[in-house]
Write a protein that binds this ligand. Structure first.
Ligand SMILES: Cc1ncc(COP(=O)(O)O)c(C=O)c1O
Length: 395
């Protein structure tokens, strides 16, 4: 018999993953070019050439027992140093290798951060709509996810609701910028306001409240908007980064955490995340990939590819009468369902071979998420189906 915790998860398995499986089946049945699978954030752009070149060069020149071997749980020191230097150059920060821990993607990093911070019953606030797995990650350490209700006009954080949600039990706030699923970017003013509220609440409650900044989409920005680097605004911060999206390496499971020296009990916290990496069974981030990303820190995601998809979909959907805000970053669009029950809409969309994720998976029912990290052809060919759906619902 499996554990009670896992029983809940088995019975309620990820809608997104289920859809991904369903999309594969539909592609077999109807042909891949007749299925418009917008369900998963799996980049369709190949990794930059430099990734393969670096792998080949590393295999040729590095000592295999080092390249494929264990290292310190925090990762190779020279890799961590290169990442620190790159961040300092780009954001004017002052990190060293001692502020960087290599992780198994953003997901591994978030789990290490939460394991390091949470006692059972501690609260972690998150702004809805938020990445579906946050609730599970927080529950892994017997924490309680506290939802801050969405502002569906702007999808920017509702700061009044946020302030009301911070309690003496609040241990952390997860911020995801640029945002999955809404595609919005939280500007500097908002980050400053969040920092100010937390400073005040820390004083009031005599507590330490961390911002965990989840940033796998940091470089995926279409508008020239700045994504503020959060350690510059607030001391008790942990930044989680991943190369899954920007370098199109989601299956390679590589990312890092930044623990700034200004964070409360920094040394102990750094040790805690490192030990968490070990005891959660990750042990260390994949060794070859650590060395690969260290050589690819200046590589850029193909923003033009995603921008083209965003534009063709956004313009057409608006023309058909759908309601949606124009995404500024990441590769998601959050569309208002034409009917209050968005699951009804996703089922109707399936009849057009269009796969969308219900907003209730992101704590925001009444909306659906579309991932446009697919081929341009998929976007264009899906449009007649979207048009028929709009007509069906009288948009
Ligand atoms: C907001 C957000 N955080 C974390 C992750 C997990 O990323 P990774 O593949 O780096 O573990 C994702 C993946 O889609 C995401 O959208």
């Amino acid at each position: 018999m499996i554990s009670k915790k896992m029983e809940g998860l088995v019975n309620n398995n990820s809608v997104i993953r289920r859809m991904f499986e369903e999309g594969k089946k539909m592609a077999e049945e109807f042909g891949a070019d007749k299925v418009y699978d917008f369900s998963l954030g799996n980049p369709n752009v190949p990794a930059p050439k430099k990734v393969a070149e670096t792998i080949e060069a590393l295999l040729a020149k590095e000592e295999p027992t080092v390249l494929h071997g264990y290292m310190s749980n925090a990762g190779f020191p020279e890799v961590r140093e290169k990442i620190a230097d790159s961040l300092n150059k780009r954001f004017g920060t002052g990190f060293t290798a001692d502020n960087i821990m290599m992780t198994v993607g953003a997901a591994g990093g978030l789990n290490c951060a939460l394991k390091a911070l949470l006692n059972p019953g501690d609260e972690v606030a998150a702004f809805a709509p938020y990445f579906v797995e946050y609730r599970n990650y927080v529950a892994n350490y017997d924490g309680v996810l506290v939802e801050v209700a969405p502002d569906t006009e702007t999808f920017q954080p509702d700061l009044e609701a946020f302030e009301a949600a911070v309690t003496p039990r609040t241990r952390a706030v997860i911020i995801n910028n640029p945002n999955n699923p809404s595609g919005v970017i939280y500007p500097e003013e908002t980050i400053k306001d969040i920092a100010e509220i937390l400073e005040r609440k820390q004083k009031e409650y005599g507590s330490e409240i961390f911002i965990i900044s989840d940033e796998p989409y940091r470089e995926l920005v279409y508008t020239g908007a700045e994504v503020p680097y959060i350690t510059k605004y607030y001391a008790n911060t942990i930044v989680g980064y991943s190369f899954s999206k920007t370098l199109s390496l989601p299956g390679e499971r590589i990312g890092y955490l930044v623990i700034p020296s200004e964070a409360a009990d920094y040394e102990q916290l750094f040790q805690a995340v490192t030990i968490a990496n070990r005891v959660l069974g990750f042990v260390n981030a994949p060794s070859l990939m650590q060395k690969v990303v260290a050589e690819c820190l200046d590589e850029k995601a193909d923003i033009g590819f995603y921008a083209k998809n965003r534009d063709v979909l956004y313009d057409a959907l608006k023309e058909y009468g759908y309601s949606c805000i124009r995404p500024e970053g990441a590769f998601y669009m959050f569309i208002k369902s034409p009917v209050p029950d968005e699951k009804e809409f996703t089922e109707e969309a399936k009849k057009e071979h269009i796969l969308l994720v219900p907003g209730s998976s992101f704590a925001c029912p009444g909306y659906v998420r579309l991932s446009y990290c697919v081929s341009y052809g998929t976007c264009v060919n899906s449009l007649p189906g979207f048009k028929r759906l709009a007509e069906k619902y009288g948009l």
